[in-house]
Write a protein that binds this ligand. Structure first.
Ligand code: GLN
Length: 386
């Protein structure tokens, strides 16, 4: 007899449960009896609905194997997590491919050899390897937290309406992408959208705007963050393209404060200094539903967190976002300073920092290291890929 079924995923740690699920999935010729279903329900949740002559089984999983509900799984033991972070560091340390960003002169001078990995779990455990005490500029990783700020302040509808959430498939500083979208910013994680985001922060003056952004980003780190003055000056001296983007937005009425003020606040937020360790705490705050796992301060209302992570998933890796989703399957955001912050909801943040970038502007070793950890822990949110 064929059983129509809806199966989200299957666990098979218990032989009995496996047998029942096989039967439910039509792999077995006989229908499970009530005692088999009851036993399997100890490990899974099975709902049986009978409608006329059709029986529908809805099978949802427990967390026994890690292929269950991904946000509910407990973190791996500390020893093995530290060993994995060490392993990722050793594995990619000698990869010298790529080059530092140089369109912002300061970034070309950052030592290319630097490489650090930091993992922070939602219960506040920290695992590090390599150069996790070096302070680098947040660059585009800052866009995530300002997105969180404007969702918190103005609500998700306003952000959707005034900026948008679609991936562009184009470079992070694309003007063509703007032109194709009626000169609206498209999403908060490309330059145009991030400049529009800072312009949405409610402020009566340029100072108030910047101070609010800095305080909000700092709350995620759990300590006061500071501007790296040299980065800010280097970027301010050369950010003509971003100024152009700000004026295009303003001209189309898609910018909500003075364009030079918006561009300056944006340049400042990109110049905020963080260590890999601090950035991992910022990411872990998102993983932890908006509560900083170290300070226990709520930084973002819980129901806003999935909105932020969704935009990261769709647009966090610039024009390689699809490839990242396909490969790793977790939300992440990269910056041309060499940092990448990846978030595993309910579990941890994984951060890596290495200044050498590929053509899309994504850090090569940081991508490799995070991917390695994701694969080893089987963290892909869409299901097991092992
Ligand atoms: N400040 C950089 C810029 O505006 C940020 C870009 C990035 O990290 N992709 O170009």
């Amino acid at each position: 007899m064929k059983l129509p079924k809806i199966s989200f995923s299957i666990i098979a740690t218990l032989t009995l449960a496996a047998a029942v699920i096989d039967a439910l999935n039509g792999c077995s010729s006989s229908q499970p009896d009530d005692s088999q279903i009851a036993a399997a329900q100890a490990a899974t949740a099975i709902t049986r609905t009978t409608n006329h002559s059709t029986t529908i089984y809805l099978v949802t999983t427990g967390s026994a194997t890690g292929s269950g509900p991904r946000s509910a799984a407990s973190p791996p033991p500390s020893d093995s997590l530290q060993a994995l972070v060490d392993d990722a560091y050793a594995k990619f340390k000698d990869d010298q491919s790529g080059t530092n960003a140089d369109y912002i002169p300061y970034l070309a001078s950052v030592p290319s050899e630097l490489f650090g990995i930091a993992v922070v779990t939602v219960d506040g455990k920290i695992f590090t390897a390599g150069d996790t005490g070096y302070t680098f500029s947040l660059q585009s990783c800052s866009k995530v937290f300002t997105l969180a700020e404007i969702i918190e302040e103005s609500g998700e509808e306003e952000v959707l309406k005034k900026i948008g959430v679609e991936p562009t498939g184009m470079a992070f500083n694309s003007i063509t992408a703007l032109g194709l979208h009626d000169n609206q910013a498209i999403n908060p994680l490309v330059n145009a959208g991030a400049i529009a985001s800072v312009s949405m922060v409610k402020a009566g003056s340029a100072d108030e705007r910047w101070n609010k952004i800095l305080a909000f980003e700092s709350s995620f780190a759990g300590e006061p963050l500071k501007l790296i003055d040299e980065v800010y000056r280097s970027e301010s001296d050369t950010n003509f393209r971003n100024q152009g983007i700000a004026f295009i937005l303003y001209n189309g009425q898609h910018l909500f404060c003075n364009p030079l003020e918006a561009c300056d606040a944006y340049t400042k937020q990109c110049s905020i200094g963080v260590t890999a360790r601090q950035l991992a705490i910022m990411g872990a705050t998102l993983a932890n539903g908006g509560v900083n796992p170290i300070t226990q301060q709520r930084c973002l209302t819980a129901r806003h967190v999935p909105r932020v992570l969704a935009v990261m998933m769709m647009a966090g890796f610039y024009d390689e976002s699809g490839q990242w989703a396909y490969t790793a399957g977790i939300p992440a955001k990269t910056g041309v300073g060499g940092g990448i912050v990846a978030v595993v909801p309910g579990r941890m943040a994984i951060v890596a920092f290495s200044p050498r970038l590929n053509a899309a502007g994504n850090s090569i070793r940081a991508t490799e290291a995070i991917n390695h950890i994701v694969r080893q822990l089987d963290l892909n949110l869409f299901g097991s890929v092992q």
